[in-house]
Design a protein around this ligand. Sequence first.
Ligand code: GLU
Ligand code: ZN
Length: 275
Amino acid sequence: MNPSEGSYRGRLAPSPTGYLHLGHARTFWTAQQRARANQGTLILRNDDLDGARCRPEFVAAMLEDMRWFGLAWEEGPDCGGPHGPYAQSARHEIYRHALEQLRAGNFIYPCTCSRKDIQAASRAPHAAEDDEPIYPGTCRHRTMAVAGQRYSWRFRVPDGEVIGFKDVNLGPQQFVAGRDFGDFIVWRHDDVPAYQLACAVDDAAMGITEVVRGADLLMSTARQLLLYRALGLNPPGFYHCKLLLDETGKRLAKRHDALSLRALRQAGKSPELLR
Ligand code: GLU
Ligand code: ZN
């Protein structure tokens, strides 16, 4: 037997901020197929970082809809496993430790700018959400927090450096730090870790060998590669799926209620048909 056989570890990482739709199902189905094809293990992680937007009823619905669709996992919040806890809301200490490491390495700085991207930082910047203007660097010089002022922690990107990786599905990818994306939030001023940090830290801590996600997160992958390097972690492989678009060419989103797995099930559609 090939010694690497069975060592593949993939993950499904939904955020319980609404009902899952066909776009999620398609990415998750691909993730499951990748894991099966590699005799691997599939992990379910509940990405419930943002307490203000995540709700317990969505967690229950998420598990139910995923099972209905035909997804199965070997480790997760419902079945446990050696790399738990499997809900991000229970992993703050792990993120805090990573934050300290970034701080010790002088990779981050306290930023007092109050922009809406700080609120948005805990969710993955899907599609059009990722066209934020490059952060102008107002606080880049700061090394210490200003007494009495609220601040977030921002990662200082290496301006001009080409961040390249070979995507398993889409081939070679390249982004230029400081041009395609700028300094990004790793920790919100209200003490919530940002998606980019939590995701990279968890994928590494859970021993994920390949991340399957939508192509709208390609630039987040580039950001996360910088975090892996700064934290001295080994990055996984990446498989980005092409996006499902609606009839007007827009990415499917939670606003397409009719395409939620719930609605499709209620309309009598079978998982086989949807796949
Ligand atoms: N929880 C994130 C989301 O729902 C995960 C994205 C990723 O695959 O990294 O978009
Ligand atoms: Zn700032």
